[in-house]
Write a protein that binds this ligand. Sequence first.
Ligand SMILES: NC(=O)c1ccc[n+]([C@@H]2O[C@H](COP(=O)([O-])OP(=O)(O)OC[C@H]3O[C@@H](n4cnc5c(N)ncnc54)[C@H](O)[C@@H]3O)[C@@H](O)[C@H]2O)c1
Length: 283
Amino acid sequence: MYVFKAAVIGAGTMGAEIAQVISWSGLPVVLKDIDRTLLDRGMAQARSIYQRRVDRGKMTPDEAEAKLALITPTLSYDELKDADFVIEAVPEKMELKKAVFAELDEACQSTAILASNTSALSISEMAAATRRPDRVVGVHFFFPASVMKLVEVIAGAKTSEETMDTAVEFVESLRKIPVRVKECPGFLVNRVLLAAMRQALVFHEETGETPQAIDAAIKEGGGVPMGPFTLADTLGLDIVLEVCRTLQAAYGPRFSATPSLERLVAEGKLGAKRGQGFYQYSG
Ligand SMILES: NC(=O)c1ccc[n+]([C@@H]2O[C@H](COP(=O)([O-])OP(=O)(O)OC[C@H]3O[C@@H](n4cnc5c(N)ncnc54)[C@H](O)[C@@H]3O)[C@@H](O)[C@H]2O)c1
């Protein structure tokens, strides 16, 4: 199936980046949110990604404007009527996602594929909120989506082979690398990532070693671009906590949230996006 027009639901951390990625490939994309301020912030985020490319001499200001013009910000479902591929990127709450999928099922043409960017939730459960479970699929980008190449493509219990093939081809058309994974809580990458990240948090709590010291040691010794505390702050500690809870429910206490993570989220210190998490941020 050829995708002529795409849409992204939720203009937050991931949605804005995914819309930028789609526009970069030359495809028109609708970016929908329920909050005007957050929608504007999402568009500003997409603009800043293009601006960085202009600053580095990788594209001209006119080229950047032409790409940006492919993104249509909206608060209404009207623009989605003729979309072929819709990616949901609203907060990681199953009840919210099911409500959004039911709305999308009503608002979109019957041929449209409805995808979720969920980090760990069941695609089959979201699909059950629609009358087209064969056309519901997981398409999981990683942060920052404008940079990260890997995308997990996840089949729910009723996802058709044709939908999987379209999703894989769509991801490739965005110049990303799709990997087909089986449906299970956390899929592939987050199961591995969360297990490693949680060990760093436990080490911090048990030994009193600082996030700075642990991040520096892992960066140096592990050959990774950032340590686990910087990564957790960048992802958003509320997101990390939700994923921990989902994985704990599925696999038991080896994925339980640690006290420091629980405390920071309860205090509203959600990481870089709120100016404070394991680290303090200015500006
Ligand atoms: N943050 C990450 O690093 C990351 C990485 C991979 C996947 N994800 C997944 O992506 C999804 C989104 O995460 P995020 O970090 O971008 O969240 P976010 O909180 O930054 O953004 C969510 C956006 O959705 C909007 N929204 C809420 N309800 C809506 C509705 N009914 N209709 C339309 N928009 C609505 C909010 O206004 C907000 O702008 C989650 O499922 C998360 O697990 C996040």
